[in-house]
Design a protein around this ligand. Structure first.
Ligand code: 4NP
Length: 147
């Protein structure tokens, strides 16, 4: 059977979405492919932010091998579910969709229109709360999609 393909998206693809990718990968037992991308090209080719690498490592999840890439229209074809972190990401990704089917693949990662705040400009505590939000959200996704 074809694997379920899930893409995590944030702005830079160095703080939130690589963490979300690593966390979800650590929770799945089924045939699932998970990747992440950014809506901007600011950090293309770079590893995750050292603060994301650190909080993931504290939780036993290796993410330093990931490299940032920019979201492309091809991603609508290659993925079944596209999860974005905030309303700004949502607007950027939906803006690239050309069909209703593509639009329907996109949703906010958190329920009830809640956002995963961007921790980039804050201190390390922002990365801990980010981890905790992402960890809970990924547990819910595994349940919901039966991964
Ligand atoms: P991310 O965080 O979208 O969670 O990867 C950011 C990383 C870099 C920038 C903004 C947000 N930046 O402006 O460079």
């Amino acid at each position: 059977m074809e694997p379920t393909k899930i893409l995590m998206v944030c702005l830079g693809n160095i703080c939130r979405s690589p963490l979300a990718q690593g966390i979800l990968e650590s929770k799945i037992t089924s045939n699932t492919f998970i990747d992440s991308a950014g809506t901007s090209a600011y950090h293309v080719g770079n590893p995750p932010d050292p603060r994301s690498i650190a909080v993931a490592k504290q939780n036993g999840i290796p993410i330093s091998q990931f490299r940032a890439r920019k979201f492309t229209r091809e991603d609508f074809k290659n993925f079944n579910h596209i999860y974005v972190m905030d309303q700004s990401n949502y607007k950027d990704v939906i803006g690239l969709a050309e069909t209703h089917a593509e639009q329907e693949k996109v949703s906010l990662l958190l329920p009830d229109k809640k956002e995963v705040p961007d921790p980039y400009y804050g201190g390390p505590e922002g990365f801990e709360s980010c981890y905790s939000l992402l960890d809970d959200a990924c547990t819910q996704i595994v349940k919901k999609l039966n991964l």
